[in-house]
Each structure stands twice: as C-alpha cells, then as structure tokens.
Design a protein around this ligand. Structure first.
Ligand code: GCO
Length: 457
C-alpha cells in the first residue's frame, strides 16, 4: 500500500527562526526579540535579528525547495510583522512580504501551509498580560482574520498554533523560552485555556474568510511505543500516550482532547479543573471546531510496558542508547533519542483516538554538519535517521492509518531558540556569516524519496 497518491511531502520553518529583518519595514517587537536581549538567555548569545535573512532571500530558498521537488512548505506568519502592536493598525509592508512568498511558492508549484502562530508573540500584547488576558483569544482571532483576508485567496491550508505545550510550558512554567517568566499552575492552566479559545475563534475566522480552507493545528508531545507487540504492552503504550499526570503541559490530551473531542480528560478535570476559568464548559464548544486534519510534531518517543496490573510503566532508556548529535561542543543540546517506532505508534494511536488524517508537521534531527573539503555537506546520520523514521511512518500507512503528509524540520539550518545557532536541523546548510546555502546530502536524498513517493525506502 505505502504512502497514498498525492501524499504531501514538505518542509517546515518558523518566522522568527529564519526571517531576520527584525527591524525592517515596520515589524513590531516580539517576546523573542526582548528575550534575546537578556544576557544568558541564549546559549551562544545570539538572536534572530538576521537568522537566515529569509526575508530578503526567500526567492533563493523557494528556488532550492523547487530544485528539491518539495510538494509543500509549512511556514509561519510573524504576528508582530503584520500587526506591530498585536492588534489595530495593519502593517501593509509586513503582509506584502507574505504575499511575495506565497506567490513565489505557487509559481514554483509548492503548496503553502501557513502556521498562524509559531511563538513570536507580539511584545505589545505581552505587556497587556498575553494569554492570561481574557481578551487574548479575541486578539488572536482578529489577527487570524487579517491574515485570512489577505492570503486566503491563495493559501488554503492553515495551522493555527504550533506546540502550545511549548509556548506555555517552556515559556511560562519552566523558563527556557521567551518570555521566560514562571507562573503558578492556576495561571498556566488559564493561559492554555485561552490559547485553545484563540484556536477555536481563529478557526472560525479562517472558515469565514477563506473559501475551501483546510485547517489543523500542530501540537507536540506524548509519543509512546510498546516494549513488545503483546496486547498488554500495546495497551500500556496507548495509556501512557493519553494519560494526565502532574506535568500536565506535557500530556497530549490536555490540549488535543478539548480541541479534537470537545472535552477535557476526566483525570485532568479531577486534578486541575479547579484552575479552569468559570466559563470552561461553555467554552469547549468554541474550542472544539471541526478540523480537516490532525497535525503533530513528533521527534522521539518513550517506551512503555504493562505493569502487570492493567496499568503502564515507562521503561528507562538503555545505557548508550542512540541519540542525535549537537554541533560545536556547547553541550548536549539537541541530543535526542533516536526512536523511529514513534512514527508508527504515534500516528496509529492518534488516528484511533481522533479519526482525522494525520500530518507529521515536524520531524528531523540536529547533526554535526560541516562543509567538507569537497564543498559538500555529508550528513549520513540524518539520512539514516530519516530512513528509519519514514519506514515507520510508511508502516503506519500500510496498516490503514490515514497519513496525509510529512513536513521535515527544517528546510534551512536556523535560529534554534534558546540554543541559538548551535544546532543544525536543516536539509540545507546555512553559513550564518555569508548566508551561503549548501544543499546537504540529505536534501538530495529526500528528493529521491519524494520522487518515489517513499517506495525506495
Ligand atoms: C519545536 C519547534 C521548532 C524547533 C524544532 C527543533 O518543535 O520546538 O516547533 O521551532 O526548532 O522542533 O527543536
């Protein structure tokens, strides 16, 4: 069976990580601009001020994606570039940029998939309480409407939010990401509820303004795979995947159940219901908008087994387990476990529970990439990683999971948030001094996979 005809093979990126031009053409500030200015926040002291200079070099990047025969490109729109104050006056020059990008993509026969929010929250709205403000869902919906009105004649595929778990969990609970201020659980739960309200209202704004819109969102989290193929272990992995624990931001169902099913998990209500805004039950109607697909960013998973009593236990990783690498010796940055099983079991469990076509909205790895003496970038580890993961995804498709697409993270190496430029996730190498791009071996390899629709794996 394999990947279906018309499978969406793409790459993903995010505005603050690639665009640069932070102070150009009327762009407003985001929480990330302010965060990067604080000493000690970013591993290498850098910022996204210039990043890949994609704002000026988007045509070159689109040309490379065309050369690599991408079917689709998932990019994000920078909210403060479009609305410098977060709301109110529109910055036409900011919208013009996305106009140009979308036109270039369509000309190259690459389908645009726009993410409305990938973490660069307008600083002006942060100063008004950000997601804690009860008006924040409406602010997001108003912004969604502006984007929909301007791009919706050409962009039909949208993701509302990227990884709410991270932009609340790592930003307002632990503090590695902007704005990096810790709030108590009752506040973070309120924020997340508002985030989901914003998602619901944004979906409505998109539906109201974009003919034939196809909409999803792109959460992360909670991928587990069974220790063995015994029914007990499989059930244990499924339980682990959908459980609620004290680390609620990292529990998949805290966000995906309200959005996809219109309910908070029972256990979540028992543990955290007291922190939800009084209107929460009524709000679920708004949060639970029909979606066309279910996106999820999946990089790795954990192994679960039956505990012998109908529950599950997590199996610790073996000593010396395989993991991806980090660049330039600054520590174990994105040293993540290599667990291809997660691209089989993740989509399988998600499809069972939510019943929508599954899109892998991000997957990839950071490697030790350099330009070799021959002028090329040889990255066999990334090819091996992708080969294993895509085989697992194809197996899910073989088993009847409706897998709609795969977006590799990332297209070009870029600003990896708090890790600055110390990680390289791209299929395309970027020299951040000269802005020279070099297609890595994995980029050419990915082109072969696209051409063969994954049959060559
Ligand atoms: C995320 C973000 C991306 C990251 C990528 C690698 O998942 O954290 O969506 O912006 O750059 O995942 O860490």
């Amino acid at each position: 069976m394999g990947f279906k005809k018309g499978f969406i093979w793409g790459g993903a990126s995010a505005s603050y990580q690639i665009e640069g031009a932070a102070y150009e053409d009327g762009r407003g500030m985001s929480v990330w601009d302010m965060f990067c200015k604080q000493p000690g926040r970013i591993t290498d002291g850098s910022s996204g001020d210039v990043a890949c200079d994609h704002y000026h070099r988007y045509q070159e990047d689109v040309d490379i994606m065309r050369e690599l025969e991408f079917k689709a490109y998932r990019f994000s729109v920078a909210w403060p570039r479009v609305l410098p104050e977060g709301g109110g006056k529109i910055n036409e020059k900011g919208l013009d940029f996305y106009d140009r990008l979308v036109d270039a993509l369509l000309k190259a026969n690459i389908t645009p998939y726009a993410t409305l929010f990938h973490w660069d929250y307008p600083y002006a709205l942060f100063r008004r309480g950000a997601w804690l403000n009860p008006d924040s869902p409406k602010w997001f919906a108003d912004y969604a409407e502006v984007v929909a009105k301007r791009l919706g004649d050409r962009v039909k595929n949208f993701f509302t939010l990227n990884e709410p778990q991270c932009f609340i969990g790592i930003s307002y609970d632990s503090t590695e990401h902007a704005p990096g201020i810790s709030f108590p659980v009752w506040d973070t739960i309120t924020m997340m509820h508002h985030v989901m309200m914003g998602h619901g209202l944004a979906v409505k704004a998109l539906r109201g303004n974009v003919k034939d819109a196809q909409i999803g969102f792109a959460p992360c989290n909670g991928t587990f795979y069974p220790a063995t193929n015994s029914p007990g272990d499989i059930d244990a992995a499924r339980q682990a995947c959908f459980d609620t624990t004290e680390s609620w931001t990292w529990c998949l169902t805290s966000v995906s159940d309200p959005v996809m099913l219109g309910t908070y998990p029972e256990k979540f209500i028992k543990m955290f219901g007291k922190y939800l805004p009084a209107s929460w039950e009524k709000d679920l109607e708004t949060i639970h908008q029909p979606l066309d697909f279910y996106g999820q960013n999946i990089y790795n998973g954990s192994c679960a087994a039956s505990d012998g009593n109908g529950g599950y236990k997590i199996i610790p990783r073996a000593p010396g387990y395989a993991c991806t690498n980090a660049v330039n010796g600054l520590g174990n940055l994105s040293k993540w476990p290599v667990t291809p099983e997660c691209l089989y079991w993740g989509p399988k469990f998600l499809y069972e529970r939510y019943g929508k076509p599954i899109y892998i909205t991000e997957n990839g790895c950071s490697c030790h990439d350099v330009i070799s003496l021959d002028g090329k970038v040889h990255d066999p580890n990334r090819i091996d990683f992708l080969n294993r993961y895509l085989l697992a995804l194809r197996r899910a498709a073989d088993d009847g999971v409706d897998v709609g697409g795969y977006f590799h993270w990332c297209v070009t190496d870029n600003f990896e948030w708090a890790k600055g430029y110390t990680d390289r996730f791209g299929l395309i190498y970027c020299d951040f001094t000269t802005q020279q791009r070099v297609i890595k071996d994995s980029g050419y390899w990915y082109r072969e996979v696209i051409r063969a629709n994954g049959e060559n794996l």
